[in-house]
Write a protein that binds this ligand. Structure first.
Ligand code: SF4
Length: 246
C-alpha cells in the first residue's frame, strides 16, 4: 500500500522547469528531512518533536494526513479528477519524499506511463530510485536542500544519489534560494557533481507573492550570471489564498 497525503488536479506544475504545465498531483506522505520553511509540513510534522523543527511549530494530525491506498485506489482517485486513460497529462508525484516509497510506486508509475502520461518525480535527491521505477519516470525534479533548510549535512546530502540523478538526462535541478550567500553552497554542489548549469533552476523562497517576488528580484541576476534559470512559484501567483489542493 502507498501512504498518500492528497491527490488533486487539474492544476499547473507550480515550480521548476515544467512550471505552468497542465498536471495532476499525487502527494505522498512522510519525509526523511525536516526543512524549516517546508510548505508541506502537513505530510510529516505529526509529533511535537518533528513540529519543533518547522518554523510554524504546528503538530499535524497523522490520521487525516496519511491515507493508506492501493495502486488501484490512487488510479481511481486520479480518474475522478481527469480521464488519465484517454487524455494523458503530466502526473507530478511529490511529497514529502516520494522516493521513501520508491518500490511501492513502481506499479502506479508503470500504468500511468502505459497510458501516455508523463510522470515527474519531485525529490530532495537523498534517495536513489529503484531501477524498475526509473524505467517509467519522464522527469526528475531534484531539489537538494541547503544549510538554510535546518537539516544537518549528513541528512540532506547524499553524493551517490546526486551522481545517480546527474547521469540521467531526464533530471532538472531546483534550488530554493533565500539570500546571496546561498549561491556559494549551490556552486559547490553544482561544481562537485558536474551538474549542467542550464538544467538548474533557482527558486526564490516565499509563501506569499510579495515575498516570492522580493526574493526573486533581489537574486535573479546572481543566478543568471551562473547560467541558472529562475522559477517563480506559479501556484502562489495564481491562487494566493489557497494553501492546499492547488
Ligand atoms: S524535503 Fe521537501 S517535503 Fe521534505 S521537509 Fe524538505 S521541503 Fe518539506
Amino acid at each position: 500500500l502507498l501512504r498518500i497525503n492528497e491527490i488533486f488536479g487539474p492544476t499547473v506544475q507550480g515550480e521548476g522547469s515544467a512550471a505552468g504545465q497542465h498536471c495532476l498531483f499525487v502527494r505522498t506522505a512522510l519525509c526523511n528531512l525536516e526543512c524549516l520553511w517546508c510548505d508541506t509540513d502537513y505530510t510529516w510534522a505529526f509529533t511535537p518533536s518533528k513540529a519543533a523543527r518547522h518554523q510554524s511549530k504546528t503538530v499535524h494530525d497523522r490520521a487525516t494526513n496519511i491515507k493508506m491506498m492501493s495502486t488501484e485506489q490512487v488510479l481511481s482517485e486520479l480518474r475522478g479528477t481527469w480521464d488519465i486513460f484517454t487524455r494523458p497529462t503530466n502526473i507530478i508525484i511529490s511529497g514529502g519524499e516520494p522516493l521513501l516509497q520508491a518500490a511501492s510506486l513502481e506499479d502506479l508509475v508503470q500504468v500511468l506511463d502505459q497510458y501516455g502520461n508523463k510522470v515527474h518525480i519531485e525529490t530532495a535527491g537523498t534517495i536513489v530510485p529503484t531501477s524498475q521505477l526509473n524505467k517509467y519516470v519522464a522527469q526528475y525534479n531534484v531539489s537538494p536542500k541547503l544549510a538554510h533548510s535546518g537539516n544537518s549535512i549528513v541528512r540532506r546530502y547524499n553524493g551517490e544519489a546526486l551522481d545517480y540523478f546527474v547521469n540521467h538526462c531526464r533530471t532538472w535541478w531546483k534550488f530554493v534560494v533565500t539570500c546571496e550567500e546561498d549561491f556559494a553552497e549551490i556552486d559547490l554542489i553544482v561544481g562537485k557533481h558536474n551538474i549542467p548549469p542550464n538544467r538548474v533552476m533557482m527558486m526564490p523562497e516565499g509563501m506569499t507573492i510579495e515575498r516570492n517576488l522580493e526574493v526573486a528580484r533581489r537574486l535573479a541576476d546572481h543566478g543568471l550570471q551562473r547560467g541558472y534559470g529562475i522559477s517563480l512559484r506559479t501556484h502562489i501567483l495564481l491562487w494566493p489564498d489557497t494553501s492546499r489542493g492547488r
